[in-house]
Every structure is written in C-alpha cells, then in structure tokens.
Write a protein that binds this ligand. Structure first.
Ligand SMILES: Nc1nc2c(ncn2[C@@H]2O[C@H](COP(=O)(O)OP(=O)(O)O)[C@@H](O)[C@H]2O)c(=O)[nH]1
Ligand SMILES: [Mg+2]
Length: 302
C-alpha cells in the first residue's frame, strides 16, 4: 500500500540530507521529486504545489549534511502535506448518522462514481459498519441499468441480514431511491444507502440521472467512490461528479492493491472534500476510516 509515494518522499529526504547541497542542486532534487510524484499518480497541480512549498521551506536554509537536515526535510514535508490535506473539513460519518437518528430522521447517503470503482461493495461495507454500531439499514438499488446489479446488492443484503428496495430494470433510479426512503420512514429504519449506476449511453444522461436522484432524495451525504488504481482518472471522475452534483466526500477503494499512493492526496486537494474511508480489501470489514495524520505518518515516517 502506498509504497511508491513513500519511496519517492524518502529519496527526497535522503537527497537533501546525505551531504551539503547547493541551491542549484536543491533545484535538481526538487525536479526529480516532482517527476517521481507524478509517476505515483499525484496530479500535476498537486505535485507542483507540494514542490513549491518545499522550495520555500528549504531554500535560504543553508542545507547542511546530517540528521538535523533530515529532520528539517521531514518537517517541511509534513507541513506541506498537512497544508494540502487540510484543504478539506473532516466528516464524521457515524456521528452524523447518530445525530440524524436523534432527530428522528432517516439518514440518506448516495454513492456515486464510475462503473467498477467499487460503489456496490462500498455500500455493503458501509451497511456492515452501521449494523455493527446498532443502526438499521436498507439499500436502494438505483442502478437500474446494469444487468446483475440488483442480484449483486441482494446477495450482500442477504448476507448482512438487511433489505433492498428495487424496481424493474430500466426503471427511474430516483423513484427507487424515493421509495427506499419512504420504506425506511415507514419502518423506522435509520439509514438508506443508495447504490447508483456508473455507466450510461451518454455522460450527460448519467449526470442528469445523478442530479435527479439528489433532488428527490436530498441526501445527507453524496459520496464519490473512486478506484485508487485508476490514478489520475479517479481524480478526473471525482471532479466530474463534483461538478454535476457537488460531492461531500469520497471513498477511495482498492488501496490494498495500490502500489503508488498518490490518488488520495490528489482527490482531497482537487475536490477540497475529505476522504471518509479507504477500501482496503474485498471483505466487509476492509473499510478504514481515513485520517490525514495516518497518511502523513505512513508516507513521511517519524
Ligand atoms: N481489492 C479490493 N477490491 C475492491 C475494493 N472495492 C471494490 N473492489 C472490487 O472491485 C470490483 C468492482 O466493485 P463494485 O462494487 O461492483 O463496483 P461498482 O461498479 O462501482 O458498483 C469488485 O470485484 C469488488 O470486489 C477494495 O477496496 N479492494
Ligand atoms: Mg455497482
């Protein structure tokens, strides 16, 4: 997990620490850092911003050899990453669900994102988490487009001991979501998780469909689900969905298989919205609450 990014940050720290470097050499080192960040799926504007911050922290400082410099370089990196990642206000998912329950509201979360990025499995993982914390949950199968979508969600529901509200294939996804909310209200169910489609004949009709679901359901959270393995594509898609409906945060999936690690930093920086969870495997419990401090520790070390 995240080895690539960790490695490129570590070689930066080493390059400035092993011996005294001139301003020119520092430029070369920062250049190399920029390219290795880009190779690790850190989006270009994010890599630029990180390098810029490091340049201003480290320039002027007569960079000398030894552990002191290593400490300074690490501190500069930590500071730069903290600035980047604090662009987003954190969201406490379980707390928000608990607060909705206290207000006697059904908590509504809509999962959005491209096909195959992990929406349906994430829906099941979120349900597992809520059930473990004593909430009741129902799914809305608002992917009425892809063959097998209902069966997939029903299989999860069966294993979790919960229920799927669904219509026929080709039905209006917003109507399904609306019915699920009504179903939850009528039965005192705490939360509705709306699973949506990722592919349509045209992009415009998919975005129109998402906007309609959001209009009808008025969700507490609109969560983009993006696959870390797709790197910069996940970032572009996050911005696309954010532009269409205004997301509240993201779940980054398949982080267990992601050797590069740049997608998380890029998505937070570009959307200015937090990552709520990381998907770190195919089991229901493979959902990790995301904490920027954890990421920074993992990337920069102590
Ligand atoms: N390794 C791993 N696989 C995942 C993760 N999340 C989803 N997947 C897999 O990715 C594939 C697509 O997931 P799915 O939920 O059907 O995507 P959807 O089309 O967005 O609903 C499935 O094979 C999932 O098991 C994850 O965090 N780690
Ligand atoms: Mg799906």
């Amino acid at each position: 997990m995240l080895e690539g990014l960790r490695r490129s940050l570590r070689s930066f720290v080493e390059a400035v620490s092993v011996r005294e470097v001139s301003e020119e050499e520092l430029e070369g080192i920062l250049n190399r850092l920029f390219f290795s960040l880009a190779e690790c799926d850190v989006a270009v504007p994010v890599a630029e911003s990180l390098v810029e911050r490091l340049r201003s922290e480290l320039a002027g400082l007569k960079v000398r050899r030894g552990t002191r410099v290593e400490g300074l370089a690490r501190a500069a990196l930590r500071k730069a990453l903290t600035d980047l990642l604090s662009a987003a206000e954190p969201v406490d998912f379980l707390k928000e669900v608990a607060e909705a329950r206290a207000r006697r509201e059904v908590f509504k979360v809509v999962l959005l994102g491209p096909n195959g990025h992990g929406k349906t499995l994430t829906a099941a993982k979120l349900a597992r988490l809520l059930l473990n914390h004593g909430f009741t949950v129902v799914f809305a199968c608002s992917d009425t487009f892809r063959a097998g979508a209902e069966e997939q969600l029903e299989e999860h529901a069966k294993r979790l001991g919960t229920y799927v509200v669904k219509h026929r294939y080709g039905a209006d996804p917003a109507a399904v979501a609306f019915d699920a909310v009504a179903h939850a209200r009528a039965r005192g169910i705490n939360a509705v998780i709306v699973d949506t489609a990722g592919r349509m004949q045209t992009d415009a009709s998919l975005m129109e469909e998402m906007r309609k679901i959001v209009r009808v359901v008025e969700p507490h959270l609109k969560v983009f689900v993006g696959d870390a393995l797709t790197g910069n594509d996940a970032l572009d898609q996050a911005l696309r969905f954010h532009g269409a409906v205004g997301i509240d945060g993201s779940v980054l999936t398949k982080v267990d298989a992601d050797a590069k690690g740049g997608a998380a930093v890029s998505i937070i920086y570009a959307t200015r919205k937090p990552i709520l969870f990381l998907g770190v495997g195919q089991r229901y419990e493979d959902l990790m609450p995301f904490d920027p401090a954890w990421l920074i520790d993992k990337l920069v070390g102590g």
